[in-house]
Structure formats: C-alpha cells, structure tokens
Design a protein around this ligand. Structure first.
Ligand SMILES: [Zn+2]
Ligand SMILES: [Zn+2]
Length: 170
C-alpha cells in the first residue's frame, strides 16, 4: 500500500523568516484520520498555533477526536472521545533542543502524526468500560449480559457490591 497523503504534515517555513513573537494558526477538521497502522481517529478537530521564538518554533495545539476501544467487561467495541493538548518546541539547532528532542527539519515540514498518535493513545483509559453499569459477559456461556440474560448465576450477583446495592435500595 502506498502512503496516503498525511494531512498532519504541513509546512511552517514561512514562520521561520518572521520576527520573534509571530504566530500562525492552523485549523484541522477531518472526518477520518489514520494516525498509525493500528489507530484510526474519527471526527478529528483542533487548532495548532506555531509561534516564532529565538530558539525555534513553538507548537501549541489542542485536538479532539473519537476512536474505537474495546470494553474490558463485555468485549464490545465502543466510541471513546479523547482530547489532548500538545506543547513542543521544534528547535532550530541541537543547542536549543528540549527533552522531546524535536528539531525543525530542513524542509520546515512539521509532521504531527507521531505526536498525535502518542497523545491519543495516552488518553485511552487502561480499563475502558462501555458504560458504568456494563454487566459484562457470562462466565459460563459467554452471553453479553447487556443484551440478554442467559439465566446462569453470575458471580457479580454475589459480590459485596450487590449486597451494598441491596442495602441502598431499601
Ligand atoms: Zn461493556
Ligand atoms: Zn450464561
């Protein structure tokens, strides 16, 4: 497969020649965005400000998107909204480079794709749950208990929480 055009790659060369303090806004709005082989974002929206500083170009961006994650309880896929801010300096030279190690490429093209991928992945909960009261799967027959009750006994019915729930229901 050939590389599709990467809309998160854009040229900032015209900012380099501006005076310190100059800033330009880039707007992003994509229905679908493949940020990695394993990650597709949908309804990707955001703005990036790229400012000229003495040391390099300073990126301040805010993005929001939706992605598909799998519920740890019922194993069904659901849409998760993620939002994140990126602040990074693309240094003009190694002398000014920050912890992230970013240097402005010679062709002055910024590629936010790896950053967006990393930041989006960080926003995914470690144990995603499709809804707070997801009932999960039956351990005996695998039935998704959100969709139907198979009639088997379910361990969560005997958990301390259900006892607590019974008390609260009184
Ligand atoms: Zn679930
Ligand atoms: Zn069952």
């Amino acid at each position: 497969m050939s590389h599709p055009r990467n809309p998160l790659r854009f040229n900032v060369g015209f900012i380099v020649s501006q005076e310190v303090g100059y800033s330009h806004q880039f707007d992003f709005d994509f229905h679908k965005l493949q940020v990695a082989d394993d990650l597709e974002l949908r309804h990707f929206r955001g703005v990036a400000h790229v400012g000229r500083t003495p040391q390099g170009l300073y990126l301040q961006a805010h993005f929001e998107a939706q992605l598909t994650v799998e519920c740890v309880r019922c194993l069904s896929n659901f849409e998760q909204t993620v939002a994140f801010d990126i602040e990074e300096l693309y240094a003009f030279s190694r002398r000014s480079v920050t912890d992230s190690g970013l240097i402005l490429p010679e062709d002055a093209n910024l590629n936010l794709r790896p950053l967006v991928r990393d930041y989006a992945l960080l926003e995914i909960p470690i144990n995603p749950i499709c809804k707070p009261d997801c009932k999960g799967l039956c351990l005996q027959c695998g039935q998704n208990l959100n969709e139907a009750d198979c009639g088997h006994m379910h361990p969560q019915d005997e958990s301390p929480f259900s006892t607590l729930k019974d008390l609260l229901d009184l």
